[in-house]
Structures are given as structure tokens and as C-alpha cells.
Design a binder for this molecule. Structure first.
Ligand code: PHE
Length: 469
């Protein structure tokens, strides 16, 4: 059944694709508003701690598990220990759920490219309303979402080296250059200082248990962890690759882009007297406003920015779709194209529901939230952190320590001086840290019904996955 397994064409290609997965809407769209809603600098400090202690270690664990088994999420866990299959299943399910709203926002980005070009966004006063009107329109955002999906599907259908890797190599450097340009413009605006303070001066009075959960959720989301994506990407990686080093590079790139996005947005936001807590619309409101104040070059920059955002979203969405696709290829022996088109068809349904939940269907709620938030909160607040916890527990307690050392040192060919530190983090520190944060956060979250549903689903998978997968 097993088809010839593809591999990455080059190290750079892998890094760009993995960084392309990590760097996405999470960095440019979600990070700024989550930081804004959780107190700015204090949130960022906690976030950085989570990223460089927990995130990087879990990423290393995922890459190791993927490369060791040469199998994607479900297969990798199943091949090591059948009782843990459900962690892979949970990962694939999380990817599928994120794929249920991510292309909606990807579609908004595409729409804003055209809106920038056409000059509709040139008058600052109308921008906030324009965003609300646009996303609640029953037709327009759907068309853009479909366009985004079509691009996503086409690339993943082409496969690893010819599709995913090629896209990442072109798109990532372009994104980076654009963000640097924007950040420079933002911090040099008159009145930018207040925004820089907001980002860098921690205000600990705003910190609560939910701040920690938000920071942890954001760290996992942003690094594409806890759901077997890095595991899947690791499974296409050559045996000569230095896994800890790659994890470090990918994590650093992701963090750099998030900080750059913060620098592009907050100084400008304060300079124009807008609110840092503008929620999901932040990027779509603040950024066009910045550009609208920039005269003739405004529309050009605005266009470039939304191209960058769409690109970032696309490379991440590609990795999500690849994770679900790889499950059908590895575990169900399906042909790649067939798998991609099948999943694509169901994505049309979930994304239509998510998009309409912000307008025409805003009255419809499941467990107290609309479809968009349902997909988002369930994954970001519950599944990713718990997925990361379970992967750590599995790697730390159910895999052989010397096998892990061999995998991370390429059978002793390279050195990994921090191996013992990493191992103890994965085995003891991270499971305890995530448990604390998850319990405290889940208790304090207001959508109780949704939380209970999420936890029940995990328990259900734990019991029945062996039969399902
Ligand atoms: N890491 C991506 C981002 O920051 C989103 C993502 C999450 C992609 C989970 C894959 C898996 O936008």
C-alpha cells in the first residue's frame, strides 16, 4: 500500500517550508491583537518564555518523532505505541478544524490586496466600518475564501518538493522584506513612542491565568505545534539533518516575524490614536489606516502588505492541509490528488459556515459561539496545548531515551550538548507547566460548554482511536 515516500529537495527548502508553516496569520494577524488584549509587553515576555523553553523543545520532539518513523502524525504515534494513536488523530483533527476558519482570513487578505489597489482604502475614516461591512457580507468574503482555497489545494496537490517547498522558497523572503519595510515606516511615525512603550514595557497588573493560557495557546499556534504538523514535515526530512538546530532556526524566524509585525502595527496604531484591543479586525483596520495617511505611496504599501499577509497565510494553510492529506496517504493508502480534493471539498463547507457566522448566520451558535470562534477557540485554547502536552509525555515517558539521543545526534554523527536539558524539559518540566497553565486557563475561560466539549472529545478519541485509525 505504502507509496514511494517523498522528501524535501534541500535543507533551505525544508526550513522555508517549516518556517512558512510557522509564520502565518498567527504572527501578523493574531499576535498583535492577542498581545493588545492581554496587556502588551507583559504578554510578550511570557510569550517569549513559552516559545523558547516549551515551544522549541516540543518542536524538536515533533521533528524527531516524524523523522524517526518517516510517518505522518497518526502513523508515527501508532507505529511507536498503538495506545497513543489518538494523539495523532487529535492532531489531524486540530489541523482540520483550523483549516475551517484559516482560509476565511486568508480570503480577507486577498480581498484587501485588491481593495488597496483600487484605492477604496484611501480614506481613513471609512476603514473601520468598511471591514465590518465586508466580513459580514454573505457573498463577497466567500468568493475570496474560495480563491484562497483553490490556491492552497493546487499547491498541496503538487506534492512536497514541487509544490510546498517551491512556494516557501519564493514567498518567505518576500514576506520578510515587506515586514521590515513596514516596521521601519511605523516606528518612524510621529507619536510612535507610545506604541513602542506598549510593546516593550510590561504591565504586570494585566496578567491573569488567562494571560498565560493565551500566551501558551499563541505559542503553540504560532509555531504550528501540538498537532503533528512539524512531525509531518519532519517525516520528509533527511537523516543527515540537524534537528535541534533546525528547530532553533524555525522558532527564531517565527518570533522575529511576530515582533516585526508588532513593530509594524503598534507604533502606528498609537500614532493614529486607535485602540490596541481592536480584536480580530486589528490588522485589517490599523494597517490600511497607516497607509491611508501616507499619501500617494499609501496604496502601493498597502497592496504589498496584504500580499505579504496572504502569502504568510497560504504557506501555513498549506502545512495544515498537508497534515490532513498525509494522514490519508499514509494510513488510508489514498492517492495524493484524491485526498487533497476530498479534503478541499469539506473545507468549502466548514469555511462557508465560519465566514457566514460573522454575518448572515451570526444568530447560529454551537455551545455558545459561532462557527468561526468554535473552530478557533477549540483548537487554540484546548487542542494545541493538550496535543503538545501529550506529545511531550509520550516522547518523555514512552520512548527510549537512547533512541532519542541517537535520533537527535544523527546516530552520534553530530553533537547536541543540550540533550539532557531537552530531555528533562520534555519529560518533567513541560508536562507540568502545560498542565498548570491549561487547568488554570480552562477554568477561567468563559465558554464552559465549549471547554467541556473539547475535553470530552479528547477523552473520546483516547478511548476509540485505536478502532477508528
Ligand atoms: N503557525 C501558523 C500561524 O502562525 C498557523 C498554524 C497553526 C499553521 C497550526 C499550522 C498549524 O499562522
Amino acid at each position: 500500500m505504502q507509496q514511494q515516500r517523498e522528501n524535501w529537495g534541500s535543507r533551505l527548502g525544508f526550513i522555508m517550508a517549516a518556517a512558512g508553516s510557522a509564520v502565518g496569520l498567527g504572527n501578523i494577524w493574531r499576535f498583535p491583537y492577542t498581545a493588545g488584549e492581554n496587556g502588551g509587553g507583559a504578554f510578550i515576555l511570557i510569550y517569549l518564555g513559552f516559545v523558547f523553553v516549551i515551544g522549541i523543545s516540543v518542536m524538536t520532539a515533533e521533528l524527531a518523532l516524524g523523522r524517526k518513523t518517516s510517518l505522518a502524525a497518526v502513523g508515527a504515534l501508532k507505529s511507536q505505541n498503538r495506545n497513543w494513536t489518538f494523539v495523532g488523530v487529535l492532531g489531524v483533527l486540530s489541523a482540520f478544524l483550523i483549516l475551517g476558519f484559516y482560509p476565511v482570513v486568508g480570503g480577507w487578505s486577498l480581498a484587501y490586496i485588491v481593495k488597496s489597489l483600487s484605492g477604496i482604502l484611501a480614506t481613513p475614516d471609512t476603514i473601520p466600518d468598511a471591514f465590518g461591512i465586508f466580513i459580514s457580507n454573505p457573498v463577497e468574503p466567500l468568493l475570496w475564501m474560495l480563491l484562497f482555497l483553490a490556491m492552497n489545494i493546487t499547491i498541496v496537490a503538487k506534492g512536497i518538493a514541487a509544490g510546498i517547498e517551491k512556494a516557501g522558497k519564493v514567498l518567505m523572503p518576500m514576506l520578510f522584506a515587506l515586514l521590515v519595510l513596514l516596521a521601519i515606516r511605523s516606528v518612524t511615525l510621529p507619536g510612535a513612542g507610545a506604541g513602542i512603550d506598549f510593546l516593550l514595557k510590561p504591565d504586570f497588573s494585566k496578567v491573569t491565568a488567562t494571560t498565560f493560557l493565551a500566551a501558551l495557546g499563541q505559542a503553540f499556534f504560532s509555531l504550528s505545534l501540538g498537532m503533528g504538523i512539524m512531525l509531518t514535515y519532519g517525516s520528509y526530512l533527511g537523516k543527515d539533518q540537524n534537528l535541534p538546530q533546525n528547530a532553533f532556526i524555525i522558532t527564531s524566524m517565527d518570533t522575529l516575524v511576530a515582533i516585526l509585525a508588532g513593530l509594524a502595527i503598534f507604533p502606528a496604531l498609537f500614532a493614529f490614536g486607535l485602540e490596541p484591543t481592536a480584536g480580530a479586525g486589528l490588522v485589517f483596520v490599523v494597517v490600511p489606516t497607516i497607509f491611508a495617511h501616507m499619501g500617494v505611496l499609501g496604496p502601493v504599501f498597502s497592496t504589498l502588505f496584504f500580499i505579504a499577509l496572504a502569502v504568510a497565510a497560504l504557506t501555513s494553510s498549506i502545512s495544515l492541509l498537508e497534515t490532513v492529506t498525509a494522514y490519508f496517504i499514509d494510513e488510508r493508502g489514498m492517492d495524493r490528488k484524491k485526498a487533497v480534493y476530498g479534503i478541499g471539498a469539506s473545507m468549502v463547507v466548514t469555511n462557508t459556515l465560519a465566514s457566514l457566522s460573522l454575518g448572515a448566520m451570526s444568530g447560529v451558535s454551537i455551545l455558545g459561539v459561532g462557527f468561526f470562534d468554535f473552530f478557533d477557540i477549540l483548537t487554540d485554547k484546548i487542542f494545541l496545548a493538550i496535543g503538545g502536552l501529550l506529545i511531550s509525555v509520550f516522547v518523555g515517558w514512552f520512548m527510549n531515551k537512547e533512541d532519542l539521543r541517537d535520533e537527535l545526534t544523527n546516530q552520534g554523527k553530530i553533537s547536541f550538548g543540550l540533550f539532557n536539558v531537552w530531555y528533562n524539559l520534555i519529560k518533567y518540566v513541560i508536562p507540568i507547566a502545560i498542565s498548570f497553565v491549561a487547568v488554570a486557563g480552562i477554568i477561567s475561560v468563559t465558554q464552559t460548554g465549549l471547554m467541556l466539549f473539547g475535553l470530552a472529545l479528547i477523552v473520546f478519541l483516547a478511548i476509540f482511536s485505536k478502532k477508528l485509525a
